[in-house]
Structure formats: structure tokens, C-alpha cells
Design a protein around this ligand. Structure first.
Ligand code: GLN
Length: 305
């Protein structure tokens, strides 16, 4: 941990005042209210050592990072049958694209683009009586964190302006790959994306993807080894939409971004690290987050390659 700590401190100081690049997401109006100077990092290793710096304990809107958690729960419930409803191929398209759905007959390319995450939301809505409550308690139970919650403000703000997601959901339903009422599915999706967590919360909750022996609060495994391998593989190939190749190329770890400016990255068998900086590049990924992780894996020689 001492080596990681020193390197994290050095890169943090080097990048702290670099803030002239990128733009905070404001297509969901409530996200635009965040202070764009926020910058935090937190790492948790599989032997439960941890270190954080900067705004690592401030909660923010995790947005698409939540798609890992909904995928995890749906995978647990459905097993391999899940892949009949959503594919595992990189889309090479923006996260909110409708384009490939027509030729793919309503089967989204992967569970991390919005189309795929909406199908996953449909699966969870069909499974639970109170999907929002049950999903939240699943998340709280993983790392024994009772402080997790949705932001009703962010969820309502996206509900008012999320015309593209509404279009995606209706379009997929026209192919028969949404089984439940679209209003219910979208309400779940918007709430899931509005989850608030800090870098510390995130690097603790996703340890189950780094540690084969991770047990949740109740002493149970979250995923089998094979399932964890598969989710890591989808993160590596699809976690950054049409910038997934670039993230693998520069950082070399499975990861997932969100338009709130967070990035989670996993080193299987070593650690989970999270960076938060709200200014995004044109592909919707945190500019400084990517830069930080590129420097971190280079200096610590800890990419998976
Ligand atoms: N809620 C956001 C949306 O659907 C999530 C996108 C993201 O974080 N990439 O647009």
C-alpha cells in the first residue's frame, strides 16, 4: 500500500490544478450543479488496506457505474439465460445510441450502453415487487454500507429530460425485448443511475470483482469466479462505450465510467480504485479520471497486461 499511496499522492498533486479541459454533463440539468473542481481518489486492496485523497469521501451521482451493480444482480437471478436478452460485444457507438438496435432486432450490443442497461432494468423490474427498494438493499448488503441512497432530485431531473432513454425503451419494446410497463422500467433505470456514492464507497463495493474470495455482509459470495471474470471482461471491452479501446490501451484495466465523472477500475486479484473528476471528454468519460489512471497504472506497473 505504501508504494500505491506515494504514487497516488504524487499524481494527485500533479493533476489537482489541471482543470481547463472537459465539460461537466448538463444534459441532465441537476448534474450541471456540481462543483467541477472536485477531485478525489480512493483505492481498496483485496487485503482490505485502503487509501484516499482529495474529495474521496464526498458522494456524487454514480450514473452508469450503477450498471455494473444491476448487471450483477440480473446475472445472479438469470444465469446464462441473461445473454439471450443482451449481447456482450463492444458497440463502438455513443452510450445513448439507437442505431444498432434496428439491425440487431432489439438485442442491445452489451449491458453497459443505455439500451442494454434498460433491458437489464426490465429484468429486475419483472423480478421484484419493489425493484427500487430491493436493488438498493442488494447494494447496501454487498459492502455493509447503510448510507447508500438514490438522489430523488437527479432521478426526477433525468425523468423530465430523458427523451432518448424513453425512445430507446419504447423502441426495444417494439421488438418484444422489454416485458414490463415502460414507465416502470424507466423509473427504475433513472433511480438506479441517480445512486450517490463516494470514491471510498465505490472502491469498497466493487471489491467483489477483484477478490475471488469476497464475501458480503451475510457471508455469501456475490458472484462465482466465472461470473466475475465475465463481468470484468465486459468492463474491459465495453465499459467506456466508444472509448473502451482507448481506456484499455492507455490504462489497461477493466473499468466503468459514469457521466457524473466517476471511474471505477479493477485489478483482478489486487485492488479496486476509483477516481472522481466531473469534467468529461467528448465521449462522456472523466477527462482527469482517465489521465490519472493512465499515470497510475504506468507508474505502479499494475495494468493487467
Ligand atoms: N443516466 C445517464 C443516461 O442515461 C447515464 C449515462 C452515463 O453515465 N454514461 O444518459
Amino acid at each position: 500500500m505504501e508504494t500505491y499511496k506515494k504514487i497516488i499522492e504524487d499524481i494527485y498533486l500533479e493533476l489537482k490544478n489541471v482543470d481547463d479541459i472537459g465539460k461537466v454533463a448538463n444534459y441532465i440539468p441537476e448534474l450541471g450543479n456540481v462543483n467541477d473542481k472536485n477531485f478525489g481518489i480512493h483505492i481498496t486492496t483485496i487485503d482490505k488496506n485502503s487509501f484516499g485523497i482529495g474529495d474521496h469521501e464526498k458522494k456524487f451521482s454514480i450514473q452508469s457505474i450503477s450498471k455494473i451493480l444491476s448487471l450483477t444482480l440480473a446475472y445472479k437471478l438469470e444465469g446464462e439465460a441473461l445473454w439471450d436478452r443482451v449481447d456482450v460485444e463492444p458497440s463502438g457507438n455513443p452510450f445513448n445510441s439507437l442505431q444498432q438496435l434496428e439491425s440487431d432486432k432489439g438485442i442491445p450490443r452489451n449491458p453497459f450502453i443505455n439500451a442494454g442497461a434498460i433491458v437489464i432494468s426490465d429484468i429486475l423490474v419483472g423480478h421484484f415487487k419493489n425493484p427500487k427498494e430491493d436493488f438498493l438493499s442488494f447494494c447496501k448488503g454487498i459492502s455493509n454500507n447503510p448510507t447508500l441512497n438514490y438522489s430523488e432530485k437527479v432521478a426526477q431531473s433525468e425523468k423530465k429530460t430523458g427523451f432518448r432513454n424513453k425512445a430507446l425503451c419504447n423502441f426495444i419494446k417494439s421488438f418484444g425485448n422489454i416485458k414490463n410497463d415502460t414507465e416502470k422500467v424507466l423509473d427504475f433505470y433513472f433511480h438506479m443511475c441517480s445512486l450517490r456514492m463516494s470514491c471510498k464507497d465505490l472502491s469498497e463495493i466493487f471489491l467483489y470483482l477483484a477478490d475471488d474470495n469476497f464475501l458480503c455482509q451475510k457471508g455469501k459470495r456475490i458472484l462465482t469466479e466465472s461470473q466475475a471474470k465475465r463481468i470484468n471482461a465486459i468492463m474491459l471491452t465495453c465499459g467506456f462505450y466508444d472509448e473502451s479501446g482507448e481506456f484499455a490501451f492507455r490504462v489497461g484495466l477493466p473499468g466503468k465510467s459514469g457521466v457524473g465523472g466517476g471511474i471505477v477500475a479493477i485489478h483482478p486479484d489486487k485492488f479496486c480504485i476509483t477516481v472522481w473528476s466531473p469534467k468529461l471528454n467528448v465521449k462522456g468519460n472523466s477527462y482527469k479520471g482517465m489521465l490519472f489512471l493512465e499515470k497510475f497504472t504506468s507508474k505502479t506497473e499494475s495494468s493487467i497486461f
